[in-house]
Ligand binder design. Structure first.
Ligand SMILES: Nc1ncnc2c1ncn2[C@@H]1O[C@H](COP(=O)(O)OP(=O)(O)OP(=O)(O)O)[C@@H](O)[C@H]1O
Ligand SMILES: O=P(O)(O)OC[C@H]1O[C@H](OP(=O)(O)OP(=O)(O)O)[C@H](O)[C@@H]1O
Ligand SMILES: [Mg+2]
Length: 287
């Protein structure tokens, strides 16, 4: 039986989830728009496209074996699922936000009996109980940011990433309830065979994530400056150095390098007389 893996069918997490799975090596067939189901050519998986919120419930009940969704949704709706891996994207936070004009500058300023609009009632209730505040929760399914202006609520809790939605609605972030990112989750009591395969997928995803921050750099370098090149290029013994047929004054170097180092490294190499500098992406780095 293939592992039933649920992926968000639209929204913030859809594209990156599919991209990461593909880069991890799963060949998802026809994983296009509006599709509800796709088979995977290699690997023992079938992919189902569901709403991010529903994925938590379906993993919980065992209707699917595993899924990619937001950690915020797991905290809100999902006891009884297993965290397999943080995915490193979809980073945001569930925060308390108040109207700029409210005069509320800290959590202490929130009066008992205040109304909070949110699509995260469970986490919101738990948070305010933990700080000993009695608030009334108005549950909405989206667009929390407009609720204070409509007079439906005094403040909100909602997901924040860049903060620009809050800003454009004249709201100020007061406190973070929880950080979140996309996660790979599995049903508890998943058969050990399936869990093993899922861990292999998690390892493949890890190799994708590591590679994401790296590039592969190749260059032809004069032998005379090789020692100097070694002082600023990474690797245990510096770069891999290869002879070029018919040349004894120049060698080829290959090295895996952090993206952030590319700019400076290329400049230094050029100054030292390097030529034929190539920088190429790496799909995966398997440790
Ligand atoms: N601004 C953001 N930046 C990063 N990640 C976010 C952001 N907003 C939401 N997310 C993540 O994406 C998940 C899904 O949110 P998304 O907006 O795609 O769907 P939704 O609005 O909850 O549902 P739907 O679009 O299916 O009605 C959230 O639970 C959260 O983990
Ligand atoms: O801090 P920011 O970068 O502005 O992001 C925060 C916004 O992103 C999410 O909504 P989304 O854009 O997914 O729209 P939705 O309400 O349709 O889910 C979230 O509900 C906030 O409204
Ligand atoms: Mg959203």
């Amino acid at each position: 039986m293939p592992i039933k893996l649920a992926v968000p069918n639209k929204g913030r997490l859809n594209e990156r989830s599919l991209e990461m799975l593909k880069r991890a090596g799963l060949e998802i067939e026809n994983g296009g728009d509006r599709l509800l189901f796709a088979s995977v050519k290699n690997g023992n998986f079938s992919v189902l496209f569901l709403r991010a919120q529903d994925i938590v419930r379906f993993v919980q009940t065992g209707a699917v074996d595993a899924g990619i969704t937001g950690w915020d949704l797991v905290l809100e709706n999902g006891n009884g699922v297993e965290l397999v891996r943080e995915m490193g994207f979809g980073k945001c936070r569930l925060s308390v936000a108040v109207p700029e004009s409210s005069g509320i500058n800290s959590l202490e300023d929130i009066a008992d009996g205040s109304r909070v609009a949110t699509s995260f009632p469970n986490m919101t209730k738990q948070f305010f109980e933990s700080i000993g505040k009695k608030v009334e929760i108005a549950v909405i399914s989206g667009a929390a940011e407009v609720m204070p202006r409509m007079g439906v609520a005094d403040f909100i809790t909602d997901l924040v990433s860049s903060g620009s939605t809050l800003k454009s609605n004249n709201l100020r972030e007061l406190a973070v309830i929880s950080d979140s990112q996309a996660v790979l989750i599995a049903s508890k009591n998943l058969h050990s065979e399936k869990m093993k395969e899922l861990e292999e997928l998690a390892n493949a995803l890890e190799s994708v994530e590591i590679a994401e921050h790296k590039k592969y750099l190749m260059a032809d370098v004069p032998v005379a400056v090789l020692d100097e090149v070694r002082t600023f290029l990474p690797g245990i013994d510096g770069p891999t150095v290869m002879n070029i047929a018919g040349r004894d004054d120049v060698v080829a170097i290959h090295v895996v390098i952090d993206k952030s180092q590319i700019y400076n490294t290329v400049n230094k190499l050029k100054k030292l007389g390097a030529s034929g500098i190539l920088i190429v992406p790496i799909d995966r780095m398997v440790p």
